[in-house]
Ligand binder design. Structure first.
Ligand code: 48F
Length: 259
């Protein structure tokens, strides 16, 4: 038996393009594989939905890897967030007064594995650059491969369709801003997407969960994107709100899709 370079290529192409083709039409498209997007993907896939995650980076995990200023530990506050991490297999240490600490690298690995093992398809190096908006509804996204964008090649993008789309792109809230660019009014202050307010963990943690939801028919917003578009405070290296926002958007989409 010899290892054949061409067979290696064939296996990669067959596996990847089969999965990619199946992902073109799905139940839920989640854009951004940070803590909110990964948690949403995990819960929705677990509930039996066909979930596709598009992440423009080479690595998933968004802003979670580095913990607080590259000291790779994160804090969560309260039982619900702690239990969610523990359910994903993360070892969490109680620090008293409701605070818990976990290894940021372990969190990203565990949430990614939980999402993948539940059945979510995660594609990296794919960036969303526009939305499919039809009949006053977001029906999908327009994507480009990151190396194409980086190298400035003049080639047209392709499209993915889903019954629900989640903006989990973090501080940039990129999908919401694409809607605003088309002058579609939003239920945010002034009808425009805001930017996040000054750091205030207590308020930010609560608000990010409260503000998670369907911002426009077919387009849900979760995680830091939800806080940012409404001008809620940023919250630094405390991540319970991101996780619970991901869980909440999964519940909201479950309700919307079963109607
Ligand atoms: O930024 P990110 O981690 O967002 P999140 O899940 O969590 C926020 C926290 O990490 C942190 C915080 C905690 O207090 O404030 O910032 O809300 O993950 C967002 C992911 O989306 C990807 C980006 O590369 C990152 O991995 N992303 C952003 N824009 C696009 C995108 C795009 N246009 N297409 C595809 N992926």
């Amino acid at each position: 038996m010899a290892i054949d370079d061409i067979q290696i290529t064939e296996h990669i192409f067959q596996s990847y393009f089969n999965d990619l083709l199946a992902a073109v039409r799905s139940d839920v498209l989640i854009i951004g594989a940070g803590p909110a997007g990964l948690t949403a993907a995990w819960h929705l896939a677990q509930d039996g939905y066909q979930v596709v995650v598009l992440e423009r980076g080479l690595a998933v995990g968004g802003g979670m890897w580095g913990g607080g200023t590259m000291f790779s530990r994160i804090v969560v506050y309260g039982e619900e967030a702690k239990d969610l991490l523990a359910k994903a297999g993360v070892r969490v240490t109680a620090r008293g007064d409701g605070y818990y600490v976990a290894d940021a690298v372990e969190c990203v690995a565990a949430l990614t594995l939980a999402a993948a093992h539940a059945g979510a398809q995660i594609f990296n190096c794919i960036a969303v650059e526009d939305l499919l908006v039809r009949h006053d509804r977001v029906e999908g996204v327009v994507v480009q491969w990151m190396p194409v964008l980086r190298s400035g090649l003049h080639v047209d993008p392709v499209t993915f369709q889903a019954r629900a789309v989640v903006d989990a792109t973090g501080h940039g809230a990129e999908l919401v801003r694409l809607l605003a660019k088309r002058r579609i009014p939003l239920p945010t202050p002034g009808g425009e997407p805001q930017t996040e307010g000054p750091m205030w963990a207590e308020v930010g943690e609560r608000k990010v969960v409260e503000l998670t939801g369907e911002l426009y028919p077919g387009l849900f917003v979760a995680g830091m994107a939800a806080a940012a578009v409404f001008g809620a405070p940023r919250m630094g290296p405390i991540f319970g709100g991101m996780l619970l926002s991901g869980k909440r958007v999964a519940e909201q989409i479950g309700e919307a899709l079963s109607r």
